[in-house]
Design a protein around this ligand. Structure first.
Ligand SMILES: *Cc1c(COP(=O)(O)O)cnc(C)c1O
Length: 389
């Protein structure tokens, strides 16, 4: 098999051979102590990011992202923070897309700047070129972004970075390698919260950085020092989750598109943000660089509908934080991820009080469409103006 397809890689890439029983799944090597001296001369230790189950899950994500190597962390933030701290020194400058995951924004403002690393923020559709300074080291983006699903032109960001001698990094959590492979488009590193779609079942926390062998070797010392490794049992759980990534993403993609179209037609809905819709400002960019538009969408209800009550009326979709699992989850960004921002700043970003984010699961689409229509039809919504309900 010269070029196995995506699903085949999901299922087979990296699987450890179980010599003792011939079992088809990777055995879980729970040891934290491995024989030394040994024939390899290398000290195997999970915090050195070199244990058998870490190798297995890293080989799988590397095969899916078409990178050479990867490191597996205990969370997405461990992957992101370790990577940034490994690559940036005091005095360096880094360029970040403005609408990043909240945890990443907090890492930047509360940790990186404290260490003397300077940063600039650029809108996803903005001009990264003119923001580059002599001391700029890297460009970091996230596409599609949270919660408005804005998409950055990946090829142009990657080629700008390459032309100017900068590293390019992308948080590929929302798209997953099923929908988008940024390394193929020229990015140096892809980061993941594997807590989301890669594991896919809302029952594990993990993160990855994927890239060339040389870059991964540059990050490995910091990874070992900071110690945010992934344990063997969770490696196996994420490896198992990733086997069905293609199947799940296919359904996430089709469900989200169908729900987005259905919501667009409801009179209570002012706007729907989904890159697969023709009216989305980044539909053209997304169509060029994505194979599918993903499972995340957000929509805004008209002022006389109270999103709090709407959430209460849903029976299939559940109000909960996090995303990327098989179950449909909803949240109100103005009340959750973007709560800390002043209302005026939120409005300026387009994150209004009536905006609802949906992580569209893999349930039957008819049930999801019926659930949202019924909840939106609920006449109790029409009178409510008490936002504290
Ligand atoms: C959840 C998330 C993270 C952080 O991942 P954790 O596993 O919670 O640490 C980073 N980026 C994006 C886009 C996310 O959705």
């Amino acid at each position: 098999m010269t070029h196995p397809g995506f699903s085949t890689r999901c299922i087979h890439a990296g699987t450890l051979h179980d010599a003792s029983s011939g079992g088809v799944c990777s055995p879980i090597h729970v040891s934290s102590a491995f024989a030394f001296p040994n024939a390899t001369g290398r000290n195997i230790y999970p915090r050195y990011f070199n244990s058998p189950n870490q190798h297995a899950v890293c080989a799988k994500i590397a095969a899916l992202e078409q990178g050479e190597d990867a490191l597996a962390f205990g969370s997405g933030m461990a992957a992101i923070s370790t990577t940034l701290l490994a690559l940036l020194d005091p005095g360096d400058h880094a360029l970040f897309q403005a609408d990043l995951y909240g945890g990443t924004l907090q890492l930047i403002s509360q940790q990186l700047e404290r260490l003397g690393i300077t940063v600039s923020f650029v809108a996803g559709s903005g001009d990264f070129d003119t923001a580059i300074r002599p001391e700029t080291k890297l460009i970091y983006v996230e596409s599609p972004s949270n919660p408005l699903l804005r998409c950055v032109d990946l090829t142009s960001v990657a080629s700008l970075a390459r032309a100017r001698g900068l590293l390019s990094l992308i948080d590929n959590t929302f798209a997953t390698p099923y929908n988008q492979t940024p390394l193929v488009q020229g990015f140096d590193l892809a980061l993941h919260s594997a807590t989301k779609y890669l594991n896919g079942h809302s029952d594990a926390n993990a993160g990855f950085v994927v890239g060339s062998e040389a870059l991964i070797e540059r990050i490995r010392p910091a990874a070992t020092h900071f110690g945010g490794m992934l344990d063997a049992r969770t490696c196996e759980r994420v490896e198992r989750g990733m086997k069905t990534l293609a199947l799940r993403m296919e359904r996430h993609n089709s469900n989200a598109l169908a729900l987005a179209m259905s919501l667009s037609c409801h009179p209570a809905v002012k706007s729907v943000h989904y890159p697969g819709l023709h009216g989305h400002p980044d539909h053209a960019v997304a169509s060029r660089q994505m194979r599918g538009f993903g499972g995340m969408l957000s929509f805004e209800v008209h002022a006389k509908w109270n999103p709090r009550i709407l959430l209460d009326q849903l029976r299939v979709a559940a109000p909960a934080l996090s995303l990327g699992g098989v179950e449909t989850l909803v949240c109100i960004p103005a009340r959750t991820s973007h709560r800390e921002l002043p209302a005026s700043r939120r409005e300026a970003l387009g994150i209004t009080d009536g905006l609802i984010r949906v992580s569209v699961g893999v349930e039957d689409i008819d049930d999801l469409i019926a659930d949202f229509s019924r909840a939106l039809d609920g006449s109790t919504l029409r009178v409510a103006d008490d936002w504290s309900v």
